[in-house]
Design a protein around this ligand. Structure first.
Ligand SMILES: [Zn+2]
Length: 189
């Protein structure tokens, strides 16, 4: 729905500020370089939804669905916020997507022939690595699936270069460095 077919695309510039913890000796490597293609409208709508649900005190989350191209472009097109899918039982440090809600989501995506692209969720402070619980999250274990963490409960002004971008590899989660984010996360008008 969100402008992926519009011809006039441009890639937003990221600031050169280093992202903390991005190069902290992670040993997981991913074989195929993939790209995350994000319509800017969808990103804004997502951050707005997360910020409202978090309300400054609890975690919030959403799922992006869309298409994956043969040249490894993971294109986000639709947003499903956890709290629209079920009671997400958000707390300052946790939230959940019920099994029933997960299965409804999978069914819905199958009907629409959409694939899971990414999970995005908010953390209370600046730390945007995946927690042990986040790493065990089994929404999607497909190699190439993205998991994005946003800081400060998604409050404004949020910055893409302060988010943690993680990709599922055959051996676990791989966090992109700041330069990899600039290259491989493509936000389009
Ligand atoms: Zn988390």
């Amino acid at each position: 729905m969100d402008q992926t077919s519009q011809p006039n695309r441009r890639i937003l510039r990221f600031s050169a500020a280093p992202s903390s913890c991005a190069e902290d000796g992670l040993s997981v490597r991913e074989p195929a370089e993939s790209y995350l293609i994000l319509p800017s409208d969808l990103l804004r709508k997502t951050m707005d939804g997360l910020q409202k649900r978090s309300a400054g005190w609890r975690e919030s989350a959403g799922v992006w669905a869309g298409h994956v191209t043969e040249d490894h472009r993971w294109q986000a097109e639709e947003l499903y916020l956890h709290h629209d899918l079920c009671d997400d039982r958000g707390t300052p440090l946790s939230l959940e997507l019920t099994e029933a809600a997960k299965f409804r989501l999978y069914e819905n995506l199958a009907l629409q022939q959409l694939r899971l692209i990414a999970l995005i969720h908010s953390h209370p402070r600046a730390w945007v690595d995946l927690s042990a619980v986040d790493q065990r999250n089994q929404l999607c274990s497909r190699v190439g699936f993205w998991s994005i963490v946003v800081s400060w409960y998604a409050r404004t002004p949020w910055r893409v270069d302060a988010m943690g971008f993680h990709v599922r590899s055959p051996t676990g989660w791989y966090r992109l460095s700041a330069s990899e984010v600039r290259k491989r996360v493509q936000i389009r008008e």
